[in-house]
Design a protein around this ligand. Structure first.
Ligand SMILES: [Fe+2]
Length: 263
């Protein structure tokens, strides 16, 4: 079994109709999905870990839906800090797991692995939260299948990365989340986005893996005051391969979308 992870596509319009920081983000997403479609064995499922669009607007989600519908994948969508829950729901009425009210949290079966999506969004803000309601749901969900290897998908990484501008945004509930994960050793991996870079860290006895953006990278700025700067490093996606009872993560780079160094 293998599945792909795309993160932070930040779609702003249909392809050819809009740019963000000089990047046609819908076209960049198409390039990623095209590359995923060429991988063998065939990939059926693409997990998208948030910042699906840039401002949470209906027209942006319409652009995203148009791109996704051109490919045959099963998409598992996760909200990020640039998303808006109800507008996302309305753009994908056939995605039953997104519907309802409140947080977007659900479980999907991926053959030998369960994938549990959790919602770290505080709507209208960029920082993150896992409160008692969300953690309580996760605890119960993980407890339902303790023998099944489980991947948790969420937008914000639950630790300080050293990327100073990201670290300035708090993650409320991160300590309680780590204690919860430690009680569920069948959590094989936590997959995230948000940083627009590949980052890994040990967390609660498991591994957190952060996927690059398909649109653009943020620079490796480790000191305060450097702000969020785009970088000419290549965008990319990840492929998670279940083999020998373990999850192996591959990062696939895409052609650069920006030609200037960090600015
Ligand atoms: Fe993002």
């Amino acid at each position: 079994m293998l599945f792909a992870q795309i993160s932070d596509p930040h779609v702003v319009a249909p392809p050819g109709k809009g740019e963000l920081y000089g990047v046609d983000t819908a076209d960049a997403l198409i390039r990623a999905l095209t590359a995923i479609a060429q991988i063998r064995p065939h990939i059926e499922t693409v997990v998208m870990t948030g910042d699906l669009v840039n401002k949470g607007r209906p027209d942006e989600y319409a652009g995203l839906a148009g791109v996704l519908s051109a490919f045959p994948f099963r998409y598992l969508l996760v909200p990020g800090n640039h998303d808006h829950r109800d507008t996302l729901r309305q753009a994908f009425p056939a995605f039953a797991e997104l519907q309802g009210a409140g947080f977007i949290q659900y479980t999907a079966e991926l053959g030998p692995v369960r994938l549990v999506v959790i919602d770290t969004l505080i709507e209208g803000r960029h920082d993150a939260c896992l409160d008692e309601t969300r953690l309580g749901w996760l605890d119960a969900e993980l407890g339902r299948a303790p023998a099944m290897p489980t991947v948790i998908a969420m937008h914000h990484p639950p630790f300080k990365t050293g990327l100073a501008s990201f670290d300035a945004m708090p993650f409320e509930g991160a300590s309680a989340f780590e204690a919860l994960i430690r009680r569920h050793p069948h959590v094989e991996r936590i997959i995230c986005g948000h940083n627009h870079r590949a980052v890994q860290r040990r967390f609660g006895g498991t591994i957190v893996s952060v996927c690059p953006s398909t649109a653009f990278a943020y620079a490796l700025h480790l000191e305060p005051g450097q702000g969020f700067k785009t970088s000419a490093e290549p965008p990319g996606f990840q492929v998670h391969l279940w083999t020998d009872g373990q999850l192996v993560t591959h990062t696939h780079a895409l052609p650069p979308t920006l030609t200037q160094p960090a600015h």
